[in-house]
Ligand binder design. Structure first.
Ligand code: RB5
Length: 149
């Protein structure tokens, strides 16, 4: 069973819970919090899933915050993470097929529940196409290496 990490801040908490329910029969879901609607800081939760992806503890990661943006910015600071903020199904598919996004981020205040679940399904079921896209993803990794200490 594919292992997927998930986390949110308070702004994405309700959507995180919906996504968990939607995926739990088909995937092993590891929930990194938050656990309530109490106000928290999104970087603290984005980094938890990103580190789990980086270490191979989970295969892929899903993040939610109000917009999907802040928590994805934090996740993308972790080497090896490619977290795409997505609010439509076409971009969800392309983020995997062309960019090999190993994490996806959604905004609870941006997309409704129904679309969000379709986005997740589109992303999870799409395979990376490799080939010329691998070369481009490798170039992203080279940029990352250039600026890491
Ligand atoms: C929290 O109010 C909100 O700023 C956060 O969920 C997210 O939208 C940040 O990018």
């Amino acid at each position: 069973m594919k292992k997927i990490g998930i986390a949110s801040d308070h702004g994405g908490y309700n959507l995180k819970e919906e996504i968990k329910k939607h995926l739990q029969d088909e995937y092993e879901i590891v929930d990194f919090g938050t656990d309530s609607l109490d106000s928290v800081d999104y970087p603290d939760y984005g980094v938890k899933v990103a580190e789990a992806v980086m270490k191979g503890e989970v295969e892929e990661g899903i993040l939610c915050c109000g917009t999907g943006i802040g928590i994805s910015l934090a996740a993308n600071k972790v080497p090896g993470v490619r977290c795409a903020v997505v609010s439509d199904t076409f971009s969800a598919k392309m983020s995997k097929a062309h960019n090999n996004a190993n994490m996806i981020s959604l905004g609870e205040r941006v997309v409704g529940r129904g679309l969000a679940l379709e986005i997740i399904d589109a992303w999870i079921s799409t395979e990376f196409e490799g080939d010329r896209h691998q070369r481009r993803v490798d170039k992203i990794t080279e940029i990352e290496k250039k600026y890491s200490k």
